[in-house]
Design a protein around this ligand. Structure first.
Ligand SMILES: [Zn+2]
Ligand SMILES: [Zn+2]
Length: 275
């Protein structure tokens, strides 16, 4: 079943109207599609939705849901950020699901937000200024924050679990075989297993040219399969043309691992459907 519950539009850092994404999803044969603009933040960034745009976001996506009823099931969600003092969007009226993410970490001394998954320059800055160039300390802080989110404010869906490696193509900063990295992943999957959070398989790093494989890495997906953790294939789309970017190749990789199902919000309930 073709779906994506991870999408952006002009309400945050995506291009185009939400309806353009719906039309594209329909033309590709999608059964369901979810809007997940970056939730408003208490400080300025160039990628999140402004707080004053939230009522319009809710209205526009609700109207689309009504207009396209019977053709495609639409859902209004948010991609939320987890940090000290963050808003809990899970009970916000009009929001039916959240994708939880860690996009930035606090500077150890000043508390200022430092990007985790920015561009190459931003990643280097966070590493050097926040962690004195210690990639292991940076990685432990990131995965530690993910675990904290899972335990204290679990979302419906965990967004791009290992987005930490976005700028690590060619093992530029670390090797995923490194013991500390394997340990962080193992600990994180153990915590996911304690929850009923879905881990998304996200092709967004591929569509934007950062990586050749999805989040999480294939070896992590094998661990997820063995642990019986539910998955969901999402595109994290920022342009209407890319709603199913990489789906064919990634789906066949998932089938090879042994996955046959994905967990989706469909017919108003969370349920497992064929991948
Ligand atoms: Zn994200
Ligand atoms: Zn996203």
């Amino acid at each position: 079943m073709l779906v994506s519950y991870h999408s952006h539009s002009r309400f945050c850092d995506g291009k185009g109207e939400p309806e353009e994404y719906v039309r594209s999803a329909l033309s590709k044969g999608f059964s369901a599609f979810g809007f997940s603009s970056h939730a408003p933040l208490p400080f300025e960034t160039d990628w999140n939705m402004k707080a004053e745009a939230l009522p319009e976001y809710l209205r526009v996506t609700r109207e689309l849901k009504e207009r396209y009823a019977g053709r495609i099931e639409l859902h209004t969600g948010l991609e939320t950020d987890f940090f000290a003092g963050c808003t809990d969007w899970r009970t916000m009226p009009g929001i039916t699901y959240t994708l939880g993410a860690v996009h930035f970490l606090p500077h150890p001394a000043t508390g200022a937000a430092m990007p985790v998954d920015g561009n190459a320059k931003e990643f280097k800055e966070t590493l050097e200024e926040g962690f004195d160039g210690d990639i292991q300390a940076f990685g432990e802080a990131y995965y530690g924050k993910i675990r904290e989110m899972l335990l204290s404010m679990p979302p419906n869906i965990l967004a791009h679990l290992d987005v930490f490696r976005k700028n690590n193509a060619g093992d530029r900063y670390f090797d995923e075989e490194d013991e500390w990295y394997r340990e962080e992943i193992a600990k994180t999957l153990d915590v996911v297993s304690l929850t009923d959070v879905i881990v998304e398989v996200n092709t967004g790093g591929m569509s934007r040219g950062y990586l050749k494989d999805p989040y999480p890495s294939w070896w992590i997906l094998s661990g997820i399969f063995e642990a019986g953790i539910p998955i969901q294939l999402n595109s994290d789309v920022h342009h209407p043309d890319a709603v199913d970017f990489g789906y064919e190749a990634v789906r066949s990789g998932l089938l090879k691992i042994g996955f046959t199902k994905q967990r989706v919000l469909y017919g108003g309930i969370w349920q497992d459907v064929p991948l």
